[in-house]
Design a protein around this ligand. Structure first.
Ligand code: DGY
Length: 330
C-alpha cells in the first residue's frame, strides 16, 4: 500500500498533526536542511515533492538528482532559494505562501521603525545594565514618526500593509515599485522614482522580492542620496542592500541608522562588522515568526504540495507555466 504513495522530502520540522496529514497520503522523508548533500540527494532521488524553507538552496544540481520531482513547496513567501528558471524548464511547480504573513511582517516593520525612532534597544539596555538605577545619563531623545515621510520600496501585499499602518501613525507615505503593477497605490501613497524617494524619505523600508534586478538595489550611490538623518529598514531579504556599503555609510554618518530583520549572510559571521555598530537595530529574520502566522504558512505550504501531488492546481504557484507538466507527470 505504502509503496504506491508518492515520496516527499521535508526539510522543515513539521508538528505531529501536520506530519500525520502528510503521512496519510505520502511517504515522508524528513531531512534537515543542513544535512550532508548525499543525504539530501538520496532522499530526493525518488521524491515527487519537496517541502522546504528559504534555508535550503534548491539549485540546478539538486534538481538534476531529483528526476521525479514535480513540486517544490516553499514554507515562506520568498522563493529566492529556488532556481526558478531551472524548475520551470524541468516542469517543476514552485509554490510559496503569500498573503498569510503580510500582517505579521508589516507589524514587525512598524516595530523596527518605532524601535529606531524611540531608541528602544538603547533604552531597554540602559535599564537592564543598571544605568537608570545607577544614575547614568539617559540615552539621547528619539524622534516622532508622525509627520515624517516613509518611502516604501515594493508596494506589494506587505508594502501595502506597512503603508496602512504607517498612515495610522500619521506618516506621509511615498512608494516606488520595482515591477510594473496594474494597480495604483492607495490614494494616500504617492509614487516616486527611486532616487526621488531616497532623497525625500525620513525612513526607507524595503519590501521587494530578491531577484537579480533587486540584488544590491541599495548600494553606496543610493545610500548617499538619502538624508543624513534617515534610517533604512529591511524586512525583505538581506542582499537587497549592499551590506558592506551600508556599514561604510553607517560609520561615516551618510545615514543615521539601519533597522534590519535580514542580513546578507544568515546567520551572520561572528566578526560581521554590522554587529558591532551602535546605530543599528538587528533581528534574526523573524518577520513571520508568530504562532498563528507560522501555522497559516505551513497549512498553505502543505495544501500547495498536496494539490500538485494530487494533480490539482495549487493555491499559490509562482511559475504557473510549469503547472501543466507538473500536473500531468502524475
Ligand atoms: C518569507 O516568508 O519569505 C519569510 O522571510 C520567511 O522566510
Amino acid at each position: 500500500m505504502e509503496a504506491s504513495l508518492p515520496i516527499v522530502c521535508v526539510t522543515i520540522g513539521p508538528p505531529p498533526e501536520v506530519l500525520a496529514r502528510l503521512e496519510a497520503v505520502c511517504q515522508v522523508r524528513i531531512v534537515a536542511a543542513d544535512a550532508p548533500a548525499r543525504v539530501l540527494q538520496e532522499a530526493l532521488s525518488r521524491a515527487e515533492g519537496l517541502l522546504c524553507s528559504a534555508l535550503l538552496p534548491v539549485n540546478e544540481s539538486l534538481m538534476a538528482r531529483a528526476p521525479r520531482l514535480r513540486v517544490i513547496s516553499n514554507f515562506g513567501v520568498g522563493f529566492n532559494n529556488v532556481d526558478l528558471p531551472e524548475a520551470t524548464r524541468r516542469g517543476i511547480a514552485v509554490c510559496n505562501t503569500p498573503g498569510v504573513l503580510s500582517d505579521a511582517v508589516a507589524d514587525l516593520t512598524l516595530a523596527l521603525i518605532l524601535a529606531a525612532s524611540r531608541r528602544l534597544v538603547e533604552n531597554a539596555a540602559y535599564v537592564t545594565s543598571r544605568g537608570w538605577s545607577g544614575g547614568r545619563p539617559a540615552p539621547a531623545l528619539g524622534f516622532d514618526v508622525g509627520g515624517k515621510s516613509l518611502g516604501i520600496i515594493g508596494l506589494g501585499r506587505i508594502g501595502r500593509a506597512v503603508a496602512q499602518r504607517a498612515r495610522a501613525f500619521g506618516m506621509e507615505v511615498v512608494y516606488h515599485d520595482t515591477v510594473e503593477t496594474p494597480q495604483d497605490g492607495p490614494d494616500y501613497c504617492q509614487p516616486r522614482k527611486l532616487d526621488e524617494l531616497l532623497r525625500e524619505s525620513d525612513i526607507v523600508s524595503l519590501h521587494v522580492n530578491l531577484t537579480p534586478e533587486t540584488h544590491h538595489l541599495l548600494g553606496a550611490r543610493e545610500l548617499a542620496l538619502m538624508k543624513r538623518s534617515a534610517w533604512v529598514v529591511n524586512t525583505s531579504r538581506g542582499p537587497v542592500i549592499d551590506q558592506a556599503a551600508l556599514v561604510r555609510a553607517l560609520r561615516a554618518g551618510v545615514i543615521a541608522g539601519a533597522a534590519l530583520d535580514v542580513l546578507e549572510t544568515e546567520p551572520p559571521m561572528a566578526k560581521e562588522p554590522i554587529l558591532s555598530l551602535p546605530n543599528v537595530v538587528l533581528l534574526p529574520h523573524v518577520g513571520s515568526a508568530t504562532v498563528e502566522t507560522r501555522a497559516a504558512m505551513l497549512d498553505l505550504a502543505v495544501k500547495n504540495l498536496l494539490a500538485v501531488l494530487a494533480g490539482q492546481e495549487p493555491p499559490a504557484c509562482v511559475n504557473r507555466e510549469a503547472l501543466p507538466r507538473a500536473l500531468e507527470r502524475r
